[in-house]
Design a protein around this ligand. Structure first.
Ligand code: PHE
Length: 347
């Protein structure tokens, strides 16, 4: 009987060890423990049988049983520790917040469409050999008007109703009405040849509507070199138009007047909405005005000390929001100031 109990004990121990190795979760481990140490378990059965043995047998089998039980206890504890670590790791993994998911979603923030367009326009002109210049948004009368051949009291001044700043003499300091004063600043500080573009914000006392804002962006261009002619201007405008709007979108020039260019032109591109047929957006003309341009007036060159007999050049200036509106088919320009997330997230 004694040796039979030893066999039984060995088998029960082997089985329990195998079960331990197979237990893959803490729940399975607890279940296994209940089985081998519970009332109906193999060890309890042996323990009961020991009661019927003689003193020698009780001692021998009893000692082996206790040793096996405490062995198993240690094995269970070790297995439990391993499984706990594994389960905690799995739980952490499954509950982990992947913060990197937020990168690249609209919540991350990005440049406004108008700024993106400004950079894109700069790139187009950089590719054509221009450099980028900047000037102040608060200007003086000299740079915004007088050096650009608008003498005091000139009627053309009144076509740009202005915000004056209370600084210095009355009506001498103002929010610039166009980026053309940067032409003057560049020519005052740089010798020809000059090939610059100057993007930036401008201000006009204007009631906003679908195609006008009181605060908007322009990009100015200025070229001063020897032997520059009107065909250089026309070629430059058309090259830009096709580079930005795509092949097949042409510009046309229409006679216009600006005090600082002579001859002057308005440049227009084919209406994107009706492709030239004439619609409400283009006032049935098939064309949309983007900006003004012309050959730099000799009076302007003289005002900044450049000899008009030696140098000639052209200038242009157009609205960046207009470009955005055309290319992205936006019927009301005011949405660019609304801060509406539905617009912002699209671009
Ligand atoms: N400054 C003019 C405007 O704001 C545009 C222009 C720029 C015209 C350069 C001619 C030359 O309308």
């Amino acid at each position: 009987v004694t040796s039979e109990l030893f066999d039984q004990l060995n088998r029960a121990t082997e089985e329990a060890k195998r079960g331990l190795a197979d237990a893959a979760t803490l729940d399975q481990l607890a279940e296994l423990e209940r089985v081998f140490s519970g009332k109906q378990g193999a060890f309890n059965e042996i323990s009961r049988a020991v009661g019927g043995l003689d003193v020698e047998g009780k001692k021998a089998v009893g000692a082996a049983l206790n040793a096996a039980r405490s062995d198993l206890k240690e094995l269970v504890a070790a297995r439990r520790a391993t499984l706990e670590v594994a389960e905690r790791a799995a739980k952490l993994e499954s509950e982990r917040l992947d913060l990197s998911e937020i990168v690249g979603t609209p919540n991350d923030g990005h440049l406004h469409l108008v700024t993106q367009t400004r950079y894109e326009l700069e790139d187009v002109f950089l590719g054509m050999g221009f450099t980028v210049a900047e000037g102040p948004e608060v200007e003086d009368d000299w740079h915004n008007f007088e050096a650009l051949n608008f003498p005091p009291g000139h009627p053309a001044r009144s076509s740009w109703d202005t915000f004056f700043v209370e600084l210095g003499n009355e009506e001498q300091v103002l929010l610039r009405t166009h980026t053309s004063p940067v032409q003057i600043r560049v020519m005052e500080s740089q010798k020809p040849p000059i090939y610059v573009v100057a993007p930036g914000q401008v201000y006009r006392r204007e009631t906003p509507d679908a195609r006008h804002l009181a605060v908007f962006n322009q990009i100015e261009g200025l070229v001063i070199d020897k032997g520059i002619s009107f065909s250089d201007l026309a070629g430059c405008i058309d090259t830009f138009t096709q580079a930005y709007f795509g092949p097949g979108i042409h510009a046309r020039l229409r006679p216009a007047f600006f005090p600082f260019t002579e001859p002057s032109a308005e440049f227009e591109v084919v209406c994107f909405f009706c492709k030239g047929d004439g619609c409400r957006t283009c006032s049935k003309t098939g064309w949309i005005e983007l900006g003004g341009c012309g050959m730099v007036d000799p009076n302007v060159l003289t005002a900044v000390g450049i000899d008009p007999e030696e140098y000639s050049g052209f200038a242009f200036g157009f609205g960046i929001e207009r470009c955005v509106q055309l290319r992205h088919d936006i019927d009301d320009m005011r949405v660019m100031l609304d801060n509406d997330i539905r617009l912002l997230t699209q671009f």
